[in-house]
Design a protein around this ligand. Sequence first.
Ligand code: 13P
Length: 253
Amino acid sequence: MRKNIVAGNWKMNKTLQEGIEFVKELKEVLANDKTNCEVVVCTPFIHLASVSTILEVTNIGVGAENCANQVSGAYTGEVSATMVASTGAKYVILGHSERRAYYGETAEILKEKVELALANDLTPIFCIGEVLEEREANKQNEVVSGQLADSLFSLSAEDFSKVVLAYEPVWAIGTGKTATSDQAQEMHAFIRSIVAEKYGKEIADNTSILYGGSCNPSNAKELFSNPDVDGGLIGGASLKVADFKGVINGFNS
Ligand code: 13P
């Protein structure tokens, strides 16, 4: 079944103490309220174990922002999917445009990461999206379908059905320039059609496709009301509990 999900991506923000404070507060705030979506907090590696312990008996999921493309061994500074899973985390963001752009993560590397995440029972939140020049050249569909094909479409149908997708137009990330509700719906419907072509309608209908890029408490409701937008991957607005709760409320009528 397709799930509605609001996932925070803290990126490189918050000390360990700040992260712990945040999740304690979030836990309290959400305990008093019914949410109509799954809530996930994706944190830097250093927070994972503490945050997972605090959120253990709640419905709030925990995820990493990355994992290595190697199983284990002499890879100084890397953190494997097995290590992420051992903290209690259940999700991992992969293919974020910042990782692709600043850390040279290629489609092939991302394919390896997705396979390792799945082998460790982590749900990949796989990010795709075009940069501004590609949108201006009307190449967004081509870019996004290439990203899907190159990193995900060698997965079996069973494995693909465990992946969550996040459409994050790069020009909307951290810029305050949110995609319009129509732009988001149009792209999400296109993504679902590409998935249907490859894996069939049933799997496509059950795939959660999140929107990311300047999603905030003021625009979340409109974005999430689209039939093919199944939630959000939230950067800036996931750093304060009140803002994050405001986005989660986008699913409350
Ligand atoms: P912002 O919400 O800060 O635009 O970031 C989106 C994002 O990159 C989430 O992964």
